[in-house]
Design a protein around this ligand. Structure first.
Ligand code: NAD
Length: 351
């Protein structure tokens, strides 16, 4: 399947089993003949896939190099981006060359940020290999790195020039990361597509992985096109993230993964909004049951007032109120601004 994202600079997303082997051919439709290709990957993904990508790029006439950094969120930092700049300079990469991000969301965010900033911006290609990256982070142009003060505090909007999604790469993805991605897939069903939600909730999704990825990516495409810079409808993608981020922070970014935290955040948010009469009763229970199917947790012992406080102080929220993402029912979401100081009252339903 091919989707086109009509952002300020439109680009194509190819979703097809086995398309990794055609990476060079596909890149040749977008990047100039003879360009240099700097593949950026991590220490888990590189050994499995980088050689195949490099061979495909070289066969298509690109001069290819590979930069590998240690895998893991703890390496999503500016010092690794600096090392990338050094490697790109050494290879004398120019603005007619390109970067290829091969890996999960950490690789895509870091390589995308390096692409956004090196020489004030060169083009890049996303080849996402984790489920989360395939359905979410590789599309939409959010790039960045973490700071010691918090996650994703530095970044830039920089849309890729092409996204190649090969669902076959998920065969080597460790199960906990697969579950993490399923948390995000449940989110897409919740905010936009009841039928997708029900299909996911049934289980057996591995047999329909390609069509699930296509549907999730298409939802992201639609929201990104409507709101490229994240000032309105794109925020609906943050369903579950207000309390999810708060929980990740309170757990010191250890113990709970991002997907687990977002899953718990979705259930918590729905329990509160059901109590406030804003959401169809029973919605939180349905989400919890879908998450359990993929082994994801649905609750946390953290006290509601600590969660409210952490969410209230979120560095990335703006103004005097917080835009909560709520569901009317499964498949229908809306933004609900709540004054910062009233967040605790909203969360009282959990006490
Ligand atoms: P990740 O990149 O750390 O990948 C998870 C793990 O799986 C890593 O150990 C990685 O090496 C490994 N891996 C990935 N693909 C593999 C494969 N096919 N085979 C074997 N191992 C593989 O993390 P993630 O879960 O992919 O993404 C999380 C990151 O994405 C976070 O930093 C988050 O902030 C970011 N994110 C960004 C956006 C965005 O819009 N830019 C959206 C959501 C999340």
């Amino acid at each position: 399947m091919i989707l086109t994202v009509n952002t300020s600079r439109p680009y194509r997303i190819l979703i097809e089993r086995g398309c990794l082997g055609r990476a060079g051919e596909e890149a040749a439709r977008v990047f100039p003949k003879g360009a240099k290709a700097a593949v950026v990957t991590d220490s888990n993904v590189g050994p499995v896939y980088a050689r195949r990508i490099a061979a495909s790029f070289s066969a298509a006439g690109f001069q290819t190099s590979v930069f590998t950094f240690p895998a893991g969120e703890e390496h999503k930092r500016l010092s690794v981006v600096s090392e990338m700049y050094a490697a790109f300079s050494e290879q004398e990469l120019t603005r007619s060359d390109f970067i290829a991000a091969l890996g999960g969301g950490v690789t895509g965010d870091l390589a995308g940020f390096a692409a956004a900033t090196y020489l004030r911006g060169i083009r890049f290609l996303q080849i996402p290999t984790s489920l989360l990256a395939q359905i979410d982070s590789s599309v939409g142009g959010k790039t960045g790195a973490d700071l010691p003060e918090g996650k994703n505090l530095v970044g830039a909007f920089h849309q890729p020039s092409l996204v190649l999604i090969d669902p076959d790469t998920l065969s080597t993805l460790p199960e906990p990361f697969f579950a993490d991605g399923m948390g995000e897939a449940v989110k897409y069903g919740c905010i936009r597509d009841r039928a997708l939600f029900e299909k996911i909730a049934e289980g057996n999704i591995k047999e329909e992985m390609e069509s699930m990825i296509c549907r999730c990516v298409d939802i992201k495409r639609e929201l990104v096109e409507r709101d490229e810079l994240d000032n309105g409808d794109r925020m609906l993608l943050n369903f579950g993230h207000t309390f999810g981020h708060a929980l990740e922070k309170l757990h010191g970014y250890k113990g709970l993964t991002h997907g687990e935290a977002v899953g718990i955040g979705m259930v918590m948010m729905c329990r509160c909004s059901e109590a406030a009469g804003l959401t169809e009763p029973g919605t939180a229970g349905k989400i919890a049951s879908a998450l359990r199917t993929y082994g994801l947790p649905v609750s946390d012992q953290m006290e509601p007032n600590r969660i409210a406080e952490a969410a209230r102080l979120d560095k990335k929220s703006r103004g005097g109120s917080i835009n909560l993402v709520l569901l009317r029912k499964i498949g229908e979401s809306f933004l609900h601004p709540v004054p910062r100081g009233e967040l605790g009252r909203f969360l009282e339903a959990l006490s």
